[in-house]
Design a protein. Structure first.
Length: 464
């Protein structure tokens, strides 16, 4: 450093000097497969700034975000109310995380969350969705005195060891055994649930009301019937609302779409953060918490070093205030109905488009085997190499040609999942449907995207 250069930490200067090294830094020091994957599929884009439902690159071109950071950015990026709340809490210089006092913000946020869940009584604050699930698993086991948790096939509840034990995708589980003694049952299969419950060792069933992988909703009536079965066998219902909660599906919680469903434990995270400070919350019934924290000797039997920190609590309170003031849940329901309806209207037009499903602004677009001979041959080529390649063929031109960020809904799935910020409206629906129509027109005409498909086939075969 030269004598005349400023000393001390300067974030803006650091980013200006080293920001262009982002992909190289990841390759050298972090998960080296991430930059490799992004370059392979053409997603190695550099975004300079973001606001609401949009990103901008260095040339000033805008990109529509239909992914919302896997659901974290429920209010979009950099909402002014959340930003102000974080500035305010930092400026307040609170005596945070002393660990031996009771700060007001956690109590206020718990009160607000419980107002949306009147059958629940208490909250534990952690730092992520997987931690919220871990908490629910521990509490269910302790409260019931039983070891086994049931989960649904194809479920995703997180990647820490406990949450991984209830993960329905073998690709995530392989190589990490032994895991906890848990058992998968098909989503919607009450007979399978009853069969496991009769063994007498089940603590709980953990379930996503709408599964993130593939965007599959629990069948009508399933959650209530499952709840009745569980309670009959003195077991608990855990609703994983980490992605579906806080308005994503057009109600505050996805389980609220079915009358009479009152889970014993509910897990939330993602959108509660406002996109700024990691936070997770496990809401539960009073008797469960009182059994876990049964005496002063057990006051710290379950805790988190950064749980209930002031920044996360302030962000959560600001998020809930914005949701009320801007009627976010109603917008998600209204805009989701519009988007899903316009996409469903395209099914008769495109033989490769098989189904559009979901609730609110959680939408799955599924592709399937075409009827025409020409397209069927190309489809078969992709499927033989690796299932899910056609969906990737759609996702890539949506980004590269139309500047819209989306994702394939899971490994080996021909499903695109849309989980945009809940603040989008009709202009964003128009933009997405126009772009999606253009991509599907090219796919059905045998355009250049099939050349990209052949490239994907070669890469898939080479990785075997």
């Amino acid at each position: 450093m030269k004598d005349d250069e400023p000393k001390g930490f300067d974030l803006a200067r650091l980013l200006a000097e080293r920001g262009a090294e982002r992909y190289e830094l990841h390759t050298r020091h972090l998960n080296h497969q991430l930059p490799r994957m992004l370059r392979t599929i053409g997603f190695d884009q550099v975004y300079e700034r973001a606001e609401g439902a949009y990103f901008w690159d260095a040339d000033g071109a805008d990109y529509l975000d239909m992914l919302a950071g896997f659901g974290v950015m429920g209010l979009g990026r950099h909402h002014p109310v959340v930003r102000k709340a974080l500035h305010d809490v930092l400026d307040a210089s609170l005596a945070d995380l002393t660990r031996f006092d009771c700060q007001p913000l956690p109590g206020l946020l718990a009160e607000k969350l419980l107002a949306h869940s009147p059958h629940l009584d208490r909250v534990f604050f952690g730092n992520s969705g997987t931690e919220a699930v871990e908490t629910a698993l521990k509490f269910a086991r302790y409260a019931t005195g039983r070891p086994r948790i049931l989960y649904c096939a194809h479920a995703f509840h997180g990647l820490t060891t406990g949450s991984l034990s209830v993960n329905g995708e073998s690709g995530f589980r392989d190589g990490f055994a032994p895991l906890l003694p848990d058992t998968a049952v098909p989503l919607g299969d009450l007979d399978a649930l009853a069969r496991e419950l009769r063994r007498g060792d089940v603590a709980a069933l953990v379930v996503e009301p709408i599964q993130g992988k593939g965007v599959h909703a629990a069948p009508p009536g399933y959650l209530r019937a499952a709840q009745e079965l569980l309670h009959r066998h003195r077991a608990l219902l855990i609703a994983d609302e980490v992605q579906t909660g806080l308005g994503r599906t057009g109600d505050f919680y996805a389980y609220q779409h079915e009358e009479g469903v009152e889970p014993d434990l509910v897990c939330v995270a993602k959108a509660l953060s406002g996109g700024y400070v990691p936070v997770g919350a496990t809401l539960g019934k009073d008797w469960i918490f009182k059994k876990v924290y049964s005496s002063m000797d057990r006051v710290l039997v379950h805790s988190a070093s950064f749980g209930s920190n002031a920044q996360a609590m302030a962000a959560g309170l600001a998020v809930l205030a914005v949701m009320e003031d801007e009627e976010i849940v109603a917008n998600a329901r209204r805009t989701g109905d519009l988007l899903r309806g316009r996409l469903a209207a395209l099914i008769d037009r495109y033989e490769l488009l098989h189904e559009v499903r979901g609730r609110g602004l959680m939408i799955g677009i599924e592709f399937g085997r075409p009827s025409s001979l020409k397209l069927r041959g190309r489809w078969t080529m992709l499927q033989a190499a690796r299932k899910g390649l056609f969906a990737q063929m759609v996702v890539v031109p949506l980004l590269r040609k139309h500047r819209i960020l989306t994702q394939v809904s899971g490994d080996h799935l021909e499903v695109i999942k849309l989980i945009p910020p809940l603040v989008i409206g009709e202009p964003e629906v128009d933009r997405f449907v126009t772009a999606f129509t253009a991509v599907m027109d090219e796919a059905h005409s045998g355009g250049l995207m099939w050349d990209f498909g052949r490239t994907l086939v070669k890469q898939a075969v080479a990785q075997r």
